[in-house]
Design a protein. Structure first.
Lengths: 540, 255
């Protein structure tokens, strides 16, 4: 049965085109190549570090592995593949077997962590202090059991989150809180606002009582007393047991959960005033443009505002993004004349733009899914649709920038009115570049997104990493303006290079639009097939 | 009154239409003429080329050879002129799930060139006509039958001359189907042309005045309903005989 489900999933995942396969292969090469490098570094470190250094650093390393395994999918707003229980529950499949597949998926979700752990184990084996193959069972066994703990825990966390994230209104708050959990401690540490309990907590984190410390102690048997080794193993086994119980019970509760009921619109009527304001907001495009462009922009505003997936990345832009970058300018030793401090607003706004990109410009037909067929049968050129979608995205981008400007002022990061205007100009130019490229990517690599799921990825992890790598390249002309400002210490040089970047952006956007329109016309059938594609028994 | 298209007697005129997927011809030399003001049924077994033909007629996929004219306009050269004049109910959903029914209808109206006030007024009217509640519920929460009703309402909002409908009654309850049929009959009475596919032959038999049956990419027969039933056969009997699908009832040992 497990084999049948996995085979069905494998068959569902066959790329629609050789181009899609090539893109996947290239992005996977770079992504896993990077993690191979990290595992080599971990191996070299473990092979040469003295025992004392290993004892103090390995728990931290294992804690990092655990955090990545559990938190990274949430941070990237993607929880990886999962069983689509609605499709599988109709079959007489024992829950135990389904749970085993769920665990397998949690393994595949963090292959890179297994690579790092394997690198560390090989390094430890080669360490002269380790005693060689005699300690292999303990040395390799502890990381393996630790991996098992992570798999069980990830399964439970995922199931729990899936239920929480499927509830109206609760889902965005939960996802945001989870993301903030990641940045708040860092914020407190870097700004020096670290409360006393945090210092105590960081010491406590290294105690045997924690799974990462227990696994680290169990993995370094040399120089440890038999008693402390037994204690480490006992602690680790208890944690694995607890994680297994947590994972299994959460999975079982997911089986009985009705996500459709949780997502239904409440019968309670919305207040007249709220309705009036939201309608005013949606009608703004009609004041600025004529139909059908105004109709497309308005439709996009409504669609995006009602998509939990978009709302999450939008809110993350001015919360998570701000918390992520703020410590760098507020930390005790930070220079107030440094690049980051002087251009803080631009940086957080560009970062927010990258977050929004996953759900908007990189894959602009994604949330429409099969309804994208309408754009091809409506009596409007597809260029107008792309333009309308880009304008709607710009609308949100400037809204985000406005919120960020107010919040940045509130946290007392000083900037002049000139810098605020500069930010808005720069954001506009940057947006032209990324949207130009986004239009091309939307017609060449369309992928159906589920708007209700805040946790679905806009692409696989490797593909997201590739997109992240494209930003520095595509934003280079704007970057050159800042380089010119600092190299020549001249605002004129900055303005001239920025103006050139704007002109190039306009030309680039125009050429890219032409290319995207031609590709959309030639590939419309493939685009619609990709956007209508089902996920198979394992949903992404 | 319907808007005047190019002056031709045919709503759809297809000559020597071919479409290949690799070496396989999905549509293999189709000739088809649908008179204006007719209720035309386009039938065929699964995989015969019905949906491919409709997708070609809507301009969704290009064809390899032949010629296609809709309302006197040539495809693909005059596709925008054609799109302005047709109403489409495809087999897959073209509904934007995050809009409410009335918002979607208004959006479609504006995309077809109606002013906002007119689009809003017609959207409200169609919601009433199709017995859909204009509440806060977004389309994602609609049942399959409600989605079909919205799709059909959307195809009507710009008052098209020609309707292309792929399985419009699929998943619709008896009340909804009756309502939709009455609306379509009324449209034909007012001069519109309807080209529809359906696997429910009773519906086709009741509604259509002309029928074409496509089999393995070729038109096997194209006649008026009266001619097709002249031998006393029902449409189902004629259909099964024409596509040569009369089956032997075999028993599987394990069944």
């Amino acid at each position: 049965m497990i084999a049948a489900i996995l085979r069905a999933q494998f068959l569902s995942m066959r790329p629609g085109s050789s181009r899609g396969f090539a893109w996947g292969a290239v992005s996977a090469f770079f992504w896993y190549g990077f993690w191979l490098f990290v595992s080599l570094v971990a191996g070299v470190f473990a092979a040469h570090a003295p025992a004392d250094l290993l004892r103090s650093s390995l728990p931290l390393g294992f804690m990092g592995v655990c955090i990545y395994w559990q938190a990274m999918p949430v941070l990237s707003a993607s929880m990886g593949s999962s069983l689509d229980l609605r499709k599988l529950l109709v079959y007489p499949a024992p829950h135990e077997k389904l749970f085993r597949i769920e665990l397998l998926l949690r393994v595949t979700n963090a292959i890179e962590m297994l690579m790092v752990l394997a690198g560390a184990v090989v390094g430890l084996l080669r360490n002269p202090a380790s005693g060689g193959p005699a300690v292999l069972p303990s040395l390799a066994g502890a990381p393996l059991v630790f991996a098992l703990f992570n798999v069980f825990l990830a399964s439970g966390v995922r199931s729990l989150l899936e239920r929480l994230l499927s509830r109206r209104k609760v889902r965005e708050v939960v996802a945001l809180l989870l993301a903030m959990m990641w940045v708040v401690p860092r914020f407190l540490m870097m700004t020096g606002a670290k409360p006393a309990w945090l210092t105590g907590a960081s010491v406590a984190m290294r105690s045997f009582g924690w799974p990462w410390s227990a696994a680290a102690h169990a993995a370094i048997p040399f120089g440890e007393s038999a008693g402390s080794m037994a204690l480490a193993w006992l602690s680790l086994c208890v944690w694995v047991g607890l994680a297994a119980w947590f994972g299994r019970t959460q999975f079982e509760r997911n089986l009985r959960y009705d996500s459709l009921a949780a997502q239904a619109t409440p019968m309670k009527p919305v207040s007249k005033r709220t309705h009036l304001w939201s309608e005013r907001f949606y009608r703004v495009p009609a004041l600025l443009w004529n139909d059908p462009l105004a109709a497309i922009v308005e439709k996009e505003l409504r669609t995006l505002m009602r998509s939990p997936r978009f709302r999450l990345v939008f809110v993350m832009g001015f919360t998570f993004g701000l918390m992520f970058w703020l410590p760098m300018v507020l930390r005790r030793n930070a220079s107030h004349s440094g690049f980051l401090a002087q251009n803080f607003l631009v940086i957080v706004c560009v970062y927010a733009m990258t977050l929004i990109g996953q759900v908007t410009y990189w894959n602009c037909f994604g949330i429409d899914r099969s309804a994208a067929i309408f754009y091809f049968v409506a009596p409007q050129p597809i260029s107008r649709t792309l333009l309308g979608k880009n304008i709607a995205c710009m609308f949100f981008l400037y809204l985000e920038a406005t919120v960020l400007t107010v919040l940045t002022l509130a946290v007392r990061v000083n900037f002049s009115i000139g810098q605020a205007i500069e930010t808005f100009v720069v954001i506009g130019i940057c947006a032209a570049y990324v949207m130009a490229l986004g239009n091309i990517s939307s017609v060449h690599y369309p992928r159906a997104l589920t708007p209700e799921r805040v946790s679905q990825s806009g692409g696989g992890k490797p593909a997201q990493a590739m997109v992240a790598m494209l930003y520095p390249v595509v934003l280079l002309p704007v970057g050159l303006a800042y380089i010119a400002r600092y190299a020549f210490e001249s605002e004129v040089a900055f303005a001239v290079v920025l103006a050139m970047a704007a002109i190039i952006a306009a030309i680039f956007y125009w050429i890219a639009m032409d290319s995207a329109v031609k590709a959309a016309s030639a590939r419309r059938q493939l685009i619609l097939e990709e956007l209508s594609r089902g996920d198979g028994p394992v949903g992404s | 009154m319907l808007a005047e298209g190019a002056a031709t007697a045919s709503a759809i005129l297809v000559r020597g239409l071919r479409k290949y997927y690799g070496a396989k011809a999905a549509v293999d030399g189709v000739d088809l003429e649908v008179p204006r003001g007719s209720f035309f049924g386009f039938l065929g077994p699964n995989g015969a080329g019905k949906s491919t033909t409709i997708r070609i007629l809507t301009g969704l996929i290009p064809y390899d050879s032949g010629s296609v004219e809709l309302l006197g306009y040539r495809l693909p050269e005059q596709d925008l002129e054609i799109k302005r004049r047709i109403g489409l109910v495809p087999d897959e959903s073209l509904l934007f799930d995050r809009l409410t029914g009335v918002e979607f209808l208004e959006f479609v109206g504006r995309m077809y060139g109606l002013t906002r006030p007119v689009a809003m007024e017609r959207a409200q009217g169609l919601m009433d006509l199709f017995q859909l509640q204009a509440d806060r519920k977004i389309i994602a929460e609609y049942s399959k039958g409600m989605r079909k009703r919205v799709a059909m309402a959307a195809s009507l909002i710009h008052h098209p001359e020609l309707f292309l409908m792929d399985e419009p009654f699929e998943g619709v309850d008896a009340v909804g189907a009756r309502l939709m049929k009455d609306i379509l009959i009324d449209q034909v009475r007012r001069g519109a042309t309807i080209f529809l596919t359906s696997h429910v032959l009773e519906v086709v038999e009741r509604l259509c005045d002309r029928v074409a049956i496509i089999n393995e990419g070729k038109i096997a027969v194209c006649r008026s309903m009266a001619e097709l039933r002249s031998g006393g056969e029902s449409l189902e009997d004629a259909f099964v005989r024409i596509v040569g699908a009369e089956h032997r009832m075999e028993r599987l040992d394990w069944l």
